[in-house]
Design a protein around this ligand. Structure first.
Ligand code: AMP
Ligand code: MG
Length: 444
């Protein structure tokens, strides 16, 4: 076992580079949740962020009920019947959604899952532990006519056996979902279980997505055999748009912004007017023939960060004053690197929590917790930066490494199901325990 499972946050960043956790904390500190709130039907609230605490108006379940198809009984009656080897008369039948009457002493009730317990019953015997029986010879004529036959029970149930108690899931008045919760399938079911037909949620975050680079061609614009020399297809836009939608954002695709100052200025000024964030890709590395930086600096402010991580070192963060477009307030700008893997990794580790917080979600100012997993690969050369390696779980409980870790190789991300968060300066040997971050946790 190697020692590289310690939190990399503890290690010093290289001089001149910013630690990833520092960058995350600064980003989150710079953002206030959007103010708007709206009411949406519960069925349409998946992916949205709850705007207020949701308290339950009732106990769930609202009444003691049976957890099994079987017989509601008085335990003392069963104890006597078992001791005497007698069958018991089934005096009533209670399906789910119906209410029985008080259980007369010496009788049982046929009951079905979810049906309310009749008064007087203190346990349920499941039907697998009961056998239909003939009335005993000494039963009176009236008893022998028991409405629903007779039954022989094998054992005496324990107190409350197979009974779901009123309020055991939710107590009336309890907050079942806190403000800032992102609503996924289970939360919608929970909200429905307390009768919420609609939910108050934060409005969607409006994001404008801009791809910089004269080399970029949209898929569909030109077929592969007619691409000009040096041109490539724009891939970043596609995974970013998809991830933004899955985050619940309203996305405007600005498309390719040409490497030209006037065009960049026009595109960003207009986008700033009616968006909360402009997300750009490309042109934030050092020495770039780039117009995003001077344009944003002229319209507001932009910091270029060099983050101590690989891939994804360059990252830009700033804002545009909407007054330049006749509006009010500021529009955030996030600049992601152009290399697709760097773009992907900085999106999930930095832009995603930023956008969630902007959308009102409660977000921890740290990376999600990593899982200890066994490396089934070697990484003999340590990097000076904290590295996020594309890996995949194998069927023997370990992690395999994608062979090409270059930050331009998008195949590695499509292949991977997680990232190994490898501290700066660490080598990895087969069998070492490493820090695994499942990608699934970043994609919804
Ligand atoms: P840049 O950050 O602009 O220096 O770009 C770094 C690398 O990423 C270059 O090879 C670009 O061609 C490439 N790149 C930039 N934007 C995109 C994009 N939207 N899709 C695919 N590759 C891109
Ligand atoms: Mg570029």
């Amino acid at each position: 076992m190697a020692a590289n499972t310690a939190s990399p946050a503890a290690g010093p960043a290289r001089p001149g580079l910013m630690g990833l956790e520092d960058a995350l904390q600064r980003l989150l500190a710079s953002v206030e949740p959007v103010a708007g709130v709206e009411t949406v039907p519960t069925a349409a609230a998946a992916g949205r962020v709850l705007a207020n605490d949701l308290a339950s108006p009732l106990d769930v379940p609202g009444f003691d009920n049976s957890q099994m198809d079987g017989y509601a009984v008085r335990r003392e009656d069963v104890a006597r019947a078992v001791a005497e080897g007698r069958a018991l008369p089934v005096a009533q039948r209670i399906p789910a959604g119906h209410f029985g009457c008080e259980l007369a002493p010496g009788t049982v009730a046929r009951i079905f899952t979810g049906a309310p317990m009749p008064a007087g019953a203190d346990a349920v015997v499941m039907q697998e532990d009961a056998t239909p029986a003939e009335p005993p010879a000494d039963a009176s004529a009236a008893e022998a006519q028991a409405a629903h036959g007779w039954v022989r029970l094998g054992t005496v149930p324990t107190e409350g056996q197979w009974v779901r108690r009123r309020g055991e899931d939710v107590r009336a008045g309890a907050v079942v979902l806190a403000a800032g919760t992102r609503l996924s399938a289970a939360e919608l079911g929970l909200a429905a279980s307390i009768g919420s037909a609609s939910l108050r949620v934060h409005r969607r975050v409006r994001v404008a997505l801009a791809s910089t680079g004269d080399e970029l061609i949209q898929p569909g614009e030109l077929p592969a055999d007619r691409l000009p020399p040096g041109a490539i297809y724009n891939s970043n836009r596609y995974f970013l748009e998809s991830m933004l939608q899955r985050l619940g954002c309203e996305v405007t695709v600005l498309g390719r912004v040409p490497d030209d100052r006037a065009a960049t200025q026009t595109a960003l000024t207009e986008a700033a007017r009616d968006h909360d964030v402009i997300l750009t890709t490309g042109g934030v590395s050092v020495g770039e023939e780039d117009h995003v930086k001077p344009v944003v600096q002229a319209l507001g402010a932009l910091d270029l960060w060099q983050i101590a991580m690989k891939p994804g070192k360059p990252f830009a963060h700033g804002w545009i004053d909407r007054a330049h477009a006749g509006g009010r307030g500021r529009c955030h700008v996030l600049g992601l690197p152009g290399n697709p893997v760097s773009c992907f990794v900085t999106f999930v580790l930095l832009a995603r929590p930023f956008l969630l917080r902007l959308g009102g979600a409660t977000v921890a100012p740290t990376l999600p917790p990593a899982l200890p997993m066994e490396a089934h690969f070697d990484l003999p050369r340590a990097d000076k930066r904290r590295e996020f390696l594309r890996v995949r779980r194998n069927c023997v409980g370990g992690l395999d490494l994608f062979p090409n870790q270059n930050s331009s190789v998008l195949t590695s991300v499509a292949w991977a199901d997680g990232l190994v968060d490898n501290p700066a300066g660490s080598v990895i040997a087969h069998g070492d325990t490493v820090r695994y971050l499942p990608l699934a946790g970043f994609l919804d």
